[in-house]
Structure formats: structure tokens, C-alpha cells
Write a protein that binds this ligand. Structure first.
Ligand code: ADP
Length: 620
């Protein structure tokens, strides 16, 4: 016997139901007992005299193929601690370092003759083997769950996956080579996950990651994987136990939510932009906006709205403050409109005059609003815009006055015509031909007058539509003057009409419309100067312009009104014209006609003597 162990010792070791090997002081395996040989199915011939690592490898290769490292550690431990192997504290240290394994020394002549290593009933190789024992229980436990469970080593290699994983991927772990889990991860998620995992491995810390992985149908599904570090009893990091669940649904919900949120943000931005646009448009149109809470009668009011009424530009506004600005006789109506909106939900459209609360200026306001209702269809608030319609209302009033005036003006010559026609018929039936001629002339004059009136009214509507057309022709002004002269001098006896010029000037202009201007100026002079006074008409060509003037000795022009006379509907504030009929369009039409000839028209008042001069010039 090479090992020199007594036969009794060998026999008694062979009876022990525990894996025992005997190691020589040079750390080669001297023998393994029967239990070890049976359990590990070792060929005893081959086993003899193997050095410890090889021998242990032989013993444990069938039990735990990954035990190489442990074998080397055990060998090193024996080599390093050889001198003190017999000491009881060394034996204790060994048990602590390699749980489940113990040793004893056999002394021969007070030297270590052999080391008896006992691996217990099931051969154990320190913690690695301990793990593999638990692994069996672990495997059977994990296979019943839907949770994806895996064990990963400290290089990120998968060492174990449960059935849930296999069901998910439709394939088991390969028998040989590394399981290439990376190939199944969505390439968009791969880099982030790998980095995350390796950072976690480096810091030996727990990790959590989300990524898409291909399932058995090749479809990508979202997984959330958590890794908990695995440590041995010496706190050595061994890798991770990973658990995973599918989060596709949550992820899709989340994606939907994110998309929805993005859309909401976008529409929120659009809404703000639209609101700003609307506000800009409101401001540009000088529109005020407000909303009224029906329950509290509290108002949210834009600056423009407050400006219109002269309300404080900041601070709370209530309904009473608004109605205080409304002209008293309209307050009942304004309150009625609000009441209808509040109780019936009737849309608001109301036009009423106010007095500006600061300046006292009278203005017309139009308020247009809609009622908002709650889910029970009950009106809760009114949103309204307000605009200043003073100009429109004034225009409207003037138009009404204008129509009244037109009707009146047209009725006068018509009444005359009617009277003359009756007279004509009477005289005709009594054979008074001379009288017939005179009356017929009068009728003709009235008809002409009416024609001019109608022409004037037509012109103003054409001016409104910018349709007034100028048809220029060459004509001798003296011919036009002669016609005027005949009309005025022969028919008008109230004033002394003096034509001071008789020059022949061929001009280029719209004969009819220039005639209308001259007729208007002369008629005005007659209207605004006392009967019997002179009206002087003069014209000349000067520096390529025709200069035309009509002077009278009438009421003159109030200082500051010279230019305003040519504005539409303007009538002087001069009290002396109150009894004189007119509606402020004659000079306006004259100015438009002259403007269309690229000319100028202006009025002068004679400060010393009474009266005024109206001039126009047109380039030739
Ligand atoms: P109307 O005479 O119908 O009021 P016009 O447009 O012809 O309208 O004249 C505008 C205003 O100009 C008149 O209301 C009057 O105040 C003033 N006006 C016109 N002609 C004269 C004039 N010859 N003398 C003084 N005021 C005049």
C-alpha cells in the first residue's frame, strides 16, 4: 500500500455513509472511500495517486461540473495552512470557509501523515454546491409561475431560465454554448439595456430595465426585468436573480397617454395661439370681451371693454357698475336682455347708448353674446363682445334724416308740377295759349329742378359705391356759363347774379359734372346770403389751371369750418343756417368731382365784409 494507511482505518472509512477522501501531505489523493466511489462512480485504478485538484475533479465532475474554481481554492487553502492543519481553530476556519466540508489530520510520528476530507452524504463543494442544491427546489418552485425568472452570472450570461421564459420565447436554453439573449431584444432598446446591465454588474447593484423582446411568434413584447444581486456567504458577487413581467399593455397605455398628452399639449398651444390671435383681432377691431357669471353677476372683462365704458382698468367689475354707464332710459331694456339670457338662454344682441363714466361722452354700444349652459342645460354664464357703434348709429341717423329730407325736397317740385298741370289743363280748355306757354315753362323748370335733385341723390349713392365716373370732353366754358346765366338770371329774381368773365376758354373736363359743381356753388350762395345781395361769378386760366370762383355777401363761414364744409353730411354750427334746408351733401359731391379732375376746391370767408368765396381749380 503506497499510502501506508492501516487496513483497519481503510475498512472503517469504507463503512462510513459519507463521501470521504484521504489526501497525502503532498496534496495528492490517496484514496476515496466506497461511498464516494459509488456515489461518484469513480474508477479506482484511474483515481490512484492523482494530485488533489485532479482527484477532486474526478470525484465531482459528475456532480457539479462548475466546481473547478472551488477545487483550486480548497487546494490552495490546504497548501497555505499546511503547517497548522492539526490545530482545531484551523479546522473550524475550514468549515466556515467551505460549509458542508470538514477535515481531520492523521499524524504519523508527530508529522501530518494524511488529511481525511469528509464531504458529507451528498458531496458538497462549498457555496456553489449549496446553491445547486437549492437550485433544485428553486427550479421546481419557479416553473409554476408566470413570472419570468432567470439566474445570470457575473458576466451577464444566463445560467438558468424557468419555464415561463421558455414558454415566452418558445425555445429552451441551448445545450452547448452561450444563450444569446441579446439577439431577441429589440435593437432600439438593446444598447441602453446592455449598458444598464453592465453598469449594474460593475457596481454589483440591483437593476431594473424595460425593453422589448421577441416572443415565440417573433412579436416584440415589452418586459420589465428586475435583477437582485446574488452573493455568496463571503459576500462575493455571483450575478443576479432576475424576475420579469410583461408590461406591453401598460406600456401601450403609457404610449397612448404620452401621445394623448402630446396632442393635448399641442392643442393647448394652438388654443393659446388662437386665443392670442383672437385677442389681437379683438384689439384691432376695438372689440371688448367679457363673460358674466349668472349666479354671482361678477364680470371678467377685457381692458378694451373697460375702456369703452370708462370702468377701472383693473379690479373686480359687477353688473351694477356696467349699468351705471347705460343711459337711464335704456337700463330697463338692457336688464331685460340679460334676464332673458340668464333664464331662457336667449342670445344677447343689444344696442344702447352709454355715457362714458370718465369723459361723459355719449356713445352707442352694441353687445352680442352667447349663453353657456351646464350639463343640466341651465344657463351659467354669458360670453359677449362689445363694440363701439357710435359712428354707425350716427350714420344711420343721418341716413334716416337724409331720406326724410329727400322725400320732402322731391315733394315740393312735385306739388308745383301737379298744380301747374291742373292750371295748364284749365287754361288749355279755355283757349289761353299764352298762359299755357308760361305754365308749361314753369313745369319744365320744376321738372329740371327735380331732375337735378334726383341726379344729386344718385351721385351720392354712386360715390358710396365709388362708381362716379368722369367723362372728359373739350368744350368752351363760355357756352356752359351762358346756359347757367340763362337759368339763373332769367329765373331767379331774389339775387343779383353777376358773371364778370366772358373769356373763351376751351377746357378739358366733364362738362355735365362741372356744370353741376357751378350750379351747386351758385345755389349755396343764394341759400346762405340775403335776398337782393350780389353773387359774383368769375373764371380765368392761370398757370395752366382753370380758376373758378363764386362770391357772395352772405353769412360767411365760421373760423375752423372752412375745410369741414366739404365733408359728407357736414352742416355749419352757425345758428343762422338753422332755418335753411339742407343736408350737407352738395359740397361733398362738388369736392369729389373736383378731386376726380385732380383739382382743388376751397372756401374763404371775408372777415371784414360779410360773405364767402368758394373756389375750385382744375389743371388743363
Ligand atoms: P347744405 O347746403 O345742404 O347744408 P352743402 O354741402 O352744400 O350742404 O353745404 C355744407 C355746409 O356748408 C352748409 O350747411 C353751410 O353751413 C355751409 N355753406 C355752403 N355754402 C355756403 C355759403 N355760400 N356761405 C356760407 N356757408 C355755406
Amino acid at each position: 500500500m503506497k499510502h501506508g494507511l492501516s487496513a483497519e482505518l481503510i475498512e472503517s472509512l469504507n463503512l462510513v455513509p459519507s463521501c470521504i477522501i484521504i489526501v497525502s501531505p503532498d496534496l495528492s489523493v490517496l484514496m476515496a472511500n466506497e461511498y464516494a466511489k459509488n456515489y461518484c462512480r469513480i474508477n479506482s485504478e484511474k483515481f490512484d495517486d492523482l494530485m488533489l485538484p485532479k482527484g477532486l475533479e474526478e470525484i465531482f465532475k459528475g456532480v457539479d461540473p462548475s466546481s473547478d474554481k472551488q477545487i483550486r481554492i480548497i487546494k490552495r487553502w490546504f497548501a497555505d495552512n499546511f503547517d497548522k492543519l492539526s490545530a482545531s481553530h484551523a479546522k473550524l476556519e475550514f468549515i466556515n470557509a467551505f460549509p458542508g466540508i470538514s477535515y481531520n489530520t492523521l499524524s504519523i510520528e508527530s508529522q501530518i501523515g494524511a488529511i481525511i476530507v469528509n464531504f458529507g452524504i451528498i458531496p458538497r463543494f462549498g457555496e456553489e454546491i449549496t446553491v445547486s442544491e437549492y437550485e433544485l427546489a428553486f427550479r421546481s418552485m419557479t416553473n409554476d409561475t408566470e413570472i419570468l425568472i432567470s439566474i445570470v452570472d457575473d458576466y451577464g450570461n444566463i445560467k438558468f431560465r424557468n419555464y415561463a421564459w421558455e414558454r415566452f420565447m418558445g425555445k429552451g436554453m441551448p445545450n452547448e454554448g452561450r444563450f444569446r439573449w441579446e439577439d431577441s431584444i429589440h435593437h432600439d432598446d438593446m444598447e441602453a439595456f446592455q449598458q444598464h446591465l453592465y453598469e449594474a454588474i460593475q457596481s454589483r447593484s440591483a437593476f431594473s430595465a424595460e425593453f422589448r423582446m421577441q416572443d415565440y411568434l417573433g412579436k416584440y413584447r415589452w418586459l420589465k426585468i428586475r435583477g437582485t444581486p446574488r452573493l455568496n456567504i463571503h459576500n462575493r458577487f455571483l450575478g443576479y436573480i432576475c424576475t420579469g413581467i410583461e408590461i406591453s399593455e401598460a406600456k401601450h397605455h403609457m404610449e397612448d397617454l404620452i401621445r394623448l398628452n402630446d396632442e393635448l399639449l399641442k392643442s393647448h398651444d394652438q388654443l393659446i395661439a388662437k386665443k392670442e390671435e383672437l385677442q389681437a383681432a379683438f384689439d384691432a377691431a376695438e372689440l371688448g370681451s367679457c363673460s358674466l357669471d349668472i349666479a354671482t353677476l361678477k364680470l371678467e372683462m377685457s381692458k378694451e371693454y373697460r375702456n369703452h365704458y370708462g370702468l377701472p382698468l383693473t379690479g373686480d367689475i359687477n353688473w351694477e357698475m356696467v349699468t351705471a354707464a347705460v343711459e337711464p332710459e335704456y337700463r330697463t331694456e338692457v336688464n331685460f336682455v340679460l334676464d332673458q339670457a340668464a333664464t331662457q338662454g336667449t342670445p344677447v344682441d343689444s344696442t344702447y347708448p352709454i355715457r362714458h363714466l370718465i369723459s361723459g361722452e355719449r356713445k352707442w354700444m352694441r353687445v352680442v353674446g352667447k349663453v353657456r349652459r351646464n350639463e343640466h342645460n341651465i344657463p351659467i354664464s354669458v360670453f359677449a363682445v362689445v363694440m363701439d357703434v357710435t359712428r354707425y348709429m350716427e350714420e344711420e341717423n343721418r341716413k334716416n334724416e337724409f331720406i326724410a329730407m329727400v322725400s320732402h325736397e322731391l315733394k315740393t317740385p312735385l306739388t308745383s308740377i301737379n298744380g301747374f298741370a291742373q292750371l295748364l289743363s284749365y287754361k288749355g280748355s279755355h283757349g289761353k295759349s299764352e298762359a299755357v306757354t308760361i305754365i308749361a315753362d314753369k313745369i319744365q323748370r320744376q321738372v329740371k329742378r327735380m331732375g337735378r335733385l334726383i341726379e344729386g341723390f344718385l351721385n351720392i349713392s354712386k360715390l358710396d359705391a365709388s362708381q362716379l365716373e368722369i367723362i372728359k370732353e373739350r368744350f368752351n366754358l363760355i357756352d356752359l356759363i351762358k346756359e347757367m346765366r340763362e337759368e339763373f338770371i332769367n329765373e331767379i329774381s331774389t339775387h343779383e347774379i353777376v358773371f364778370t368773365s366772358t373769356a373763351n376758354h376751351v377746357i378739358h373736363a366733364d362738362r355735365e359734372r362741372i356744370g353741376m359743381v357751378i350750379h351747386n356753388l351758385i345755389s349755396n350762395s343764394m341759400k346762405y346770403s340775403p335776398p337782393g345781395s350780389a353773387i359774383i361769378i368769375n373764371y380765368k386760366l392761370q398757370d395752366g389751371n382753370l380758376l373758378f370762383s363764386v362770391s357772395d355777401q352772405g353769412i360767411g363761414i365760421l373760423p375752423g369750418e372752412e375745410e369741414r364744409l366739404f365733408k359728407r353730411y357736414f352742416r355749419s354750427k352757425n345758428r343762422r343756417i338753422y332755418t335753411i334746408a339742407g343736408f350737407g351733401i352738395g359740397l361733398y359731391i362738388c369736392a369729389q368731382i373736383i378731386r376726380l379732375h385732380n383739382g382743388l376746391i376751397w372756401a374763404e370767408s371775408h372777415s371784414k365784409q360779410n360773405g364767402s368765396t368758394f373756389n375750385f381749380s382744375i389743371p388743363q
